[in-house]
Ligand binder design. Structure first.
Ligand code: PBG
Length: 323
């Protein structure tokens, strides 16, 4: 027999052959758009480190959501920039708060779009931490009460999914029981189960003005070096009632994502965060990367690693390329 018997290149010679044996297919229903909502009317303020992303007032947010749904993207996740911040982040659980009003408006005006509410305190606290600070520490159990109130107010406003991103211990159980007691037992929880203390959140913190004013988040977000601990965190969140789980960031943690997907039988999301977006966008602006190709390759790699859903600031761009 002629050598070599196996010639993997045979299946790579034409676009049709490559398409026929392709293992991973990215499509708009895989994507979720993160959006930032702010007070005011007709506000559309570009975020300097995230070109093409904006702080939007509710009127413009509704328009953005219409376009997003029209592209076949199934959902958005909303982050709020409140008019005022205080020590306990009361803007986060205000029944008339920015995210609550935004959820109501989008649910009223836009059909066929899931509205996910990010549940956290850091955009609403004057110190920028993801919970209540007591004697210089983010107090876990007091923060659970605030997070539960926030989740309830978001569910009341009509959020389709509640997504806690704070990394306090026991938050999924606390939120689940609060939602259930108040009749929202049908509202699912997407837990940011393995969320790392990452350098790649920089641009988001500019967008939401949510950088911690003192210290850092390493007492609650995970150490980037740890994988085994992620398995423990995910197991705990599922045990506490999480319906979907998330790994965040995405590209630097594809090993964690893959393990999450293979070890647990639940829908798994990955968040391609602001710094991942900014790296590609900045390199492309400099002419150092082919942006379209890099966007599709990065998202395909996240799906290949195991993501059922990808939260990404490239969702509209990718959907246009895929449609
Ligand atoms: C915290 C939160 C963060 C992001 C979303 N929610 C990170 C943080 O500041 O610790 C980051 C998302 C991104 O970078 O795109 N509630």
């Amino acid at each position: 027999m002629a050598f070599p018997a196996h010639r993997p290149r045979r299946l790579r010679y034409s676009a049709l052959l490559r398409e026929a044996v392709r293992e991973t297919r990215l499509s708009p229903p895989d994507l979720i758009s993160p959006l930032f909502v702010c007070p005011g009317e007709n506000v559309r303020r570009e975020i300097p480190s995230m070109p093409g992303n904006f702080n939007l007032s509710i009127d413009n947010l509704v328009e953005e959501c219409r376009e997003t749904a029209a592209l076949g993207i199934p959902g958005v996740i909303l982050f709020g920039i409140p008019p005022r911040k205080d020590a306990v982040g009361s803007g986060g659980f205000d029944e008339r708060g920015i995210v609550q009003e935004a959820v109501r408006a989008v649910k009223r005006e836009v059909a066929n779009l899931l509205v996910i509410a990010d549940t956290c305190m850091c955009e609403y606290t004057d110190h920028g931490h993801c919970g209540q600070v007591v004697e210089g520490d983010v107090d876990n159990d007091r923060s659970l009460e605030l997070l539960s109130k926030t989740a309830l107010s978001q569910a009341r406003a009509g959020a389709d999914i509640i997504a806690p991103s704070d990394m306090m211990d026991g938050r999924v159980a606390a939120i689940r029981s609060t939602l259930d007691v108040h009749g929202y037992e049908k509202t699912p929880i997407l837990a940011y189960a393995a969320k790392y203390a990452s350098a790649f959140y920089g641009p988001f913190r500019d967008a939401a003005d949510s950088a911690p004013r003192f210290g850092d988040r390493r007492s609650y977000q995970m150490d980037p070096a740890n994988q085994r601990e992620a398995v423990k965190e995910i197991a705990a969140d599922i045990e506490e009632g999480a319906d979907l789980i998330m790994v965040k960031p995405a590209m630097p943690y594809l090993d964690v994502l893959h393990r999450a997907k293979t070890e647990f039988n639940v829908p798994t999301a990955a968040y391609q965060v602001s710094g991942e977006f900014a790296m590609i966008a900045a390199a492309a602006r400099n002419g150092w990367l082919d942006e379209k190709a890099a966007v599709l390759e990065s998202l395909t790699s996240i799906k290949r690693a195991g993501a059922d859903l990808i939260l990404t600031y490239f969702s509209k761009q990718a959907a246009r390329l895929l449609n």
